[in-house]
Design a protein around this ligand. Structure first.
Ligand SMILES: Cc1cc2nc3c(=O)[nH]c(=O)nc-3n(C[C@H](O)[C@H](O)[C@H](O)COP(=O)(O)O)c2cc1C
Length: 184
């Protein structure tokens, strides 16, 4: 079978993380190879086992592991044709914008070649989204040539209020990712 592409999804600690199961299924149904990495906070929202079963691959969680032969932040960044960070939390958005590499996910993003597309799907409460520091950090990310930001939508948020901050539906993320892959 013709190789369709290696997709690396990074999941942060946010309510929208459950939607990544649907996103994973869309890629897998079309024959893409998929690996999932998670921040420590993401594990509080969704169990790694779900992604392990969906993808048939290990789920990447730890920066430091005695059972791994290689430096996983490098091998994962080399393996990926396209990286998607969804949901992208306010915390990880800010860390990525500042080049902070304090867990596996942030280290992989930092190690990715500038030739590889990175799709970022921020999702958060409207107050966090409108915070000038978050907007400043977002501005920095928009300056990076290989980064594409999928802006959050207006709608009902997990905190029950209505506002900007909802992660776009998995189908939208999938469509955008495929468009980016076509350009490679
Ligand atoms: C119930 C709950 C829901 C949360 N939802 C979000 C969210 O949607 N977006 C966000 O940026 N942070 C959210 N947070 C806060 C993050 O989980 C927290 O900032 C965490 O440190 C993010 O870590 P990470 O960026 O390493 O994944 C939520 C926290 C809780 C307790």
């Amino acid at each position: 079978m013709k190789k369709k592409g290696n997709i690396l999804i990074g999941v942060c600690g946010g309510i929208a993380s459950y939607k990544i199961c649907q996103l994973a299924r869309l890629f897998l149904k079309e024959g893409y190879l998929l690996k999932v990495m998670m921040t420590p906070a993401a594990i509080e929202f969704i169990r790694p086992l779900v992604f392990k079963e969906l993808t048939g691959q290990p789920v990447y969680l730890e920066m430091f592991s005695l059972s791994n032969q290689d430096a996983q932040h490098i091998s994962l960044s080399e393996w990926a044709d396209l990286a998607i960070i969804a949901p992208l939390s306010a915390n990880t958005l800010s860390k990525v914008a500042c080049g902070i590499c304090d867990n596996l996910l942030t280290s992989v993003v930092c190690a990715l070649s500038s030739q590889k597309p990175v799709l970022l799907a921020p999702a958060m409460n409207e107050g966090m989204w409108r915070n000038p520091l978050i907007q400043d950090n977002l501005f920095r990310l928009k300056e990076i040539k290989n980064y594409t930001i999928l802006s959050p939508e207006r709608g009902e948020l997990a905190c029950k209020s209505v506002g900007i901050g909802r992660m776009p539906e998995p189908g939208e993320i999938y469509k955008k990712a495929k468009a980016l892959l076509k350009k490679i």
